[in-house]
Design a protein around this ligand. Sequence first.
Ligand SMILES: *[C@@H]1O[C@H](CO)[C@@H](O)[C@H](O)[C@H]1NC(C)=O
Length: 234
Amino acid sequence: MWINCNLIHLSTILPLIINISLCMATCYNGEYEINGQCCPMCDAGKRVYLHCDEFSSITCVSCTKDTYTESSNGLRECLQCSVCDLSNNLRVIKACTVTSNTACEPLPGHYCIEVNGKSCLKAEKHSTCSPGQYINQTGTEFRDTVCAPCPAGSYSDGTLCKLHTNCESFKKITIKPGTEKDDAECTNDEQSYKLPLILMFGVCVLVVIVVIVVIIVKKKKSYRLAAQDPHSRL
Ligand SMILES: *[C@@H]1O[C@H](CO)[C@@H](O)[C@H](O)[C@H]1NC(C)=O
């Protein structure tokens, strides 16, 4: 139903301002006010094509593709459906209908940093934890990854902390102590650790012996030559 405000205006002696507020207040729930008249609203999924007037009721039309109205309304245009933008790291969870806007969610491995109702407006990639840290709480659709430092004596690649190998407890020798991102390095046993040193020492001794032998042989040779040569002073 609509009420003609002109009639009210003519039949009243109250100031215009009260007349207007009276008109505004006259529209029932499910009606909207236009040009001093109350028109019934269009249903969700539709919009106003022609407002009602003294002579005819309202004309509504359905929203077209990629537009919607969520509730009864007196709108001349339907609302534009949102787009789940890849550049905002979003994907569609619910396509737009004439009565509901598109709903977006973060891409896998991302979390929402801006929400509007049930839809995400903007998402960001989950952080990765650094070496020396572990994932205390995995990232969700709504929350970033939570990293925490590995306890002393352990190391990680950024996921789980593992204790440094204690070489001595395996009767091995530490050749490199553990760091926050690498395990300690052990060698099998004392012998294999010292073997290269022993070999090197052995080679040195051998070289010295060979040199000494060569010198002695040469000396002996030159004595012998001197003995055969009468002009030699030796
Ligand atoms: C790890 O997460 C738990 C909750 O799951 C929290 O209570 C704790 O403080 C966190 N630890 C660190 C070191 O952040």
